[in-house]
Write a protein that binds this ligand. Structure first.
Ligand SMILES: *Cc1c(COP(=O)(O)O)cnc(C)c1O
Length: 227
C-alpha cells in the first residue's frame, strides 16, 4: 500500500523537478484537492505536513472545514462552481476562493464575508480556452472583474486560476498556459500585489509550472481516483 505521505512526497518531487527544469526560484505551492475524499485521508495528509486543501462541493466542504476547526493552520480553498444561493457558506468558512467568475458572485461574497474575519482571498477563474461548456470568465472580462474585487473591502484580489480543456495536443496545452501567464502579467502590471497563478493538475503540472504557475492543484495523484 502506498501511503498518502508517500504520494504527497511524490507530488512534491514532481513539482521540484518541474521547477528545476524551468529554472524557477520561487517555490510553487501545492493545493491538495480532497473533494469527495473522506476525513481520514485529509487527516493523513495533514499529519504528513500538508496545510493547503481544496474543495469543490459546498455542503461537503463545510462539513470538512467544521471537522478540522481545531487545526487552525489549515488553509481551505474553494475551487468549485459557485451558485449564488451557496455563496454565504463560502464567505463564512473559507480563506480562499479560486472560482470567482462574475461580479454578481464577487459582490455577494464581499457582502457576506464576516467583518471579524480577514478579507477573503480571491482568484478570478478564467476560461482561457473560451470553451462554451467551461466556467470561468473570458479573458476580455478579467479587467472589469479585477477592478470590482480590488475595490471590495472584504475581498483581497490575489490572482488568477484556470482549468484548461483536456487535450492530447501538448502545443495547444502549452499555449493555454502561456496565455494565462500573459493575462496574469498584464493584471500584475496594474495590481502589483497579486501573487498567485493557480494552474496545473495531476495530469499537466509540468507544463503549467514551466509556463509560470505559482500554485498547482493536485487531487488524483495524492488521494487516488474519484468515483
Ligand atoms: C478536481 C479538481 C482538481 C484536481 O484534479 P486532479 O486531476 O484530480 O489532480 C484541480 N482543480 C480543480 C478546480 C478541480 O475541480
Amino acid at each position: 500500500m502506498v501511503t498518502i505521505a508517500e504520494r504527497l512526497n511524490n507530488a512534491y518531487d514532481r513539482i521540484a523537478k518541474a521547477e528545476q527544469n524551468s529554472h524557477k526560484t520561487d517555490p510553487v505551492q501545492l493545493l491538495a484537492v480532497s473533494k469527495t475524499k473522506p476525513i481520514e485521508l485529509i487527516q493523513q495528509a495533514y499529519d504528513a505536513g500538508q496545510r493547503l486543501f481544496g474543495e469543490s462541493y459546498v455542503q461537503e466542504a463545510v462539513d470538512k472545514v467544521t471537522h478540522f476547526k481545531q487545526c487552525r493552520d489549515i488553509e481551505w480553498h474553494f475551487i468549485g462552481p459557485i451558485q449564488s444561493n451557496k455563496s454565504r457558506h463560502i464567505a463564512e468558512h473559507f480563506s480562499w476562493v479560486q472560482s470567482v467568475d462574475r461580479v454578481k458572485i464577487a459582490r455577494r461574497l464581499n457582502e457576506q464575508r464576516p467583518t471579524n474575519l480577514k478579507p477573503l482571498n480571491v482568484l478570478i477563474q478564467v476560461n482561457i480556452s473560451e470553451d462554451e461548456n467551461k466556467s470561468g470568465c473570458l479573458p476580455a472580462e478579467v479587467q472589469a472583474l479585477a477592478d470590482f474585487i480590488h475595490d471590495s473591502k472584504q475581498l483581497s484580489l490575489r490572482g488568477l486560476m484556470t482549468i484548461t480543456a483536456k487535450t492530447d495536443d501538448l502545443l495547444i496545452q502549452k499555449q493555454y498556459f502561456q496565455q494565462m501567464k500573459d493575462c496574469f502579467d498584464r493584471l500584475k502590471a496594474q495590481y502589483p500585489q497579486i501573487d498567485t497563478l493557480s494552474m496545473g493538475m495531476s495530469g499537466d503540472l509540468e507544463p503549467a509550472v514551466a509556463a509560470g504557475a505559482t500554485m498547482v492543484r493536485i487531487g488524483t495523484d495524492i488521494f487516488g481516483q474519484r468515483q
